[in-house]
Write a protein that binds this ligand. Structure first.
Ligand SMILES: *Cc1c(COP(=O)(O)O)cnc(C)c1O
Length: 426
């Protein structure tokens, strides 16, 4: 066996940016050398149970035999070929599957590079749609505490406080933010909850190209789980005023909330759907924007004569092949039992954590567990404490949360919840 070289952590600290980190005070990073099933293996051999699915993506766990085989088989045929004027089986297979499994009416697919780019594409579609109708509109209505990505248009519809719009003032377009839903997923619906959204839409609808929101779960903007009736009302109001609805299912699509798509909790179809993260089961970056043929046709009937977007790596065959294998695994339908079992276990085990002094509230839905604290965590200390406890959990702000791979066993999931209890009980 080849002797493994050690990861050069000093170089990493001095020269490499990690997500949302400072070069002035770089935080420690843990070198991972392998990942299998629900385990991340650190360089020193320590095995950690993964509670994050690498940010919602590795739903079937790491190094899944089918996904790895799909990547290897495709690699031997072709890794990439341009999508302009060329097509290929992996893309056609994938788009067929996406059309079949996504909510009703969505039948036209745009393949994009990442979640943020999918959001850009969706927003551009909405703008071109109204432009083509001869009724240009430049505003979007969205929700406080939302998160839609890090590129400029995506940032402009992300919660202004969380994403610090002030830094980019003068550069970011100003959109309209409605109060985020207050009614929790499991709570009694209160009709007042939709009041602010309803007012803002009523007063501004002539200028609004689309509503964009994360259905049911507001992720990076606060891990808030809201009532399906809120989403149903949003659909009704968008229909009433003739405004497009964009559902950003980049985090929650593909089973995470207990439904294949979170929109299904409210039995609604958006006009434009964004998926990403778990699309390739966490193997590589790929996203998709799916809309109705009639909307696509309107977009293309405008002055431009086409939709004005086409990234270099559009429809990357390698990513499409892995995504196909990922959707085949989902089609086998084990995810439903797996996610239901995780939800049951979270319902049994999180309330104990809620008794801790530091904890303000616990909440869960599907394979998502959230522990909201009174105070922000000390990242360096808590990260090390979790690693010492044999788990990989990466909190942010006042939130400790888990969304493990669906294949996690009951005892592995208990290790996660016990580690949280233990680490917060000091
Ligand atoms: C992660 C995320 C994005 C951005 O996706 P990237 O692949 O990180 O660009 C957009 N919307 C939601 C809801 C997300 O969770």
């Amino acid at each position: 066996m080849q002797k493994q070289r050690r990861v050069d952590l000093a170089f990493d600290q001095q020269h490499i940016w990690h997500p949302y980190t400072s070069t002035v005070t770089p935080l420690p990073c843990y070198p991972v050398t392998e990942a299998n099933g629900v385990y991340l293996t650190l360089e020193d051999g320590t095995q950690l149970i993964d509670g994050m699915s690498s940010w919602w993506s590795a739903i079937h766990g790491y190094n899944n035999p089918q996904l790895t085989a799909a990547a290897k088989t495709q690699l031997d045929k072709m890794s990439h070929v341009m999508f302009g004027g060329i097509t290929h089986q992996p893309a056609v297979d994938l788009c067929k599957k996406l059309v079949a499994i996504t909510p009703q009416g969505l039948d036209t697919v745009f393949l994009a590079d990442s979640g943020s780019v999918a959001v850009e594409v969706a927003l551009k579609m909405a703008l071109q749609y109204w432009h083509a109708k001869g009724e240009p509109r430049a505003k979007f209505l969205t929700l406080s505490h939302g998160y839609h990505g890090d590129t400029f248009a995506a940032m402009s519809v992300t919660d202004p406080d969380n994403s610090m719009h002030s830094i980019y003032k003068g550069f970011l377009p100003q959109h309209i933010f409605a109060d985020s839903p207050q009614c929790g997923f499991w709570e009694q619906w209160d009709e007042n909850d939709i009041g602010d959204f309803s007012n803002k839409l009523a007063h501004n609808h002539q200028h609004i190209a689309a509503v964009i929101l994360e259905p049911i779960v507001q992720g990076a903007g606060g891990m808030r789980l809201y009532h399906p009736t809120y989403l149903r009302r949003v659909r009704e109001l968008c229909d009433h005023y003739g405004v497009l609805l964009i559902a950003d299912e980049i985090a929650v699509g593909f089973g995470r909330t207990g439904k294949l798509f979170a929109c299904e909790h409210a039995e609604i179809s958006p006009d434009i759907l964004c998926v990403g993260k778990a699309l390739t089961g966490g193997y590589m970056t790929l996203s998709a924007v799916i809309t109705q043929k009639s909307i696509a046709d309107t977009v293309c009937s405008g002055e431009a004569g086409c939709f004005m977007h086409g990234p270099t790596f559009m429809g990357n065959p390698l990513a499409c092949a892995v995504a196909n294998a990922n959707l085949e695994l989902l089609e086998q339908n084990k995810w439903q039992q797996q996610v239901a079992a995780i939800e049951n276990q979270l319902a049994n085990e999180l309330p104990q954590i809620a008794t801790l002094e530091k904890v303000k509230q616990v909440r869960w839905l599907g394979a998502i567990g959230v522990i909201e604290l009174h105070q922000p965590v000390d990242m360096v200390a808590i990260q090390q404490a979790f690693v010492n406890a044999g788990v990989w959990i990466r909190p942010f702000g006042r939130l400790v949360y888990i969304m493990p791979p669906y294949i996690i066993t009951s005892s592995q999931l208990s290790s996660l919840t016990q580690a949280i209890y233990q680490v917060l009980n000091i």
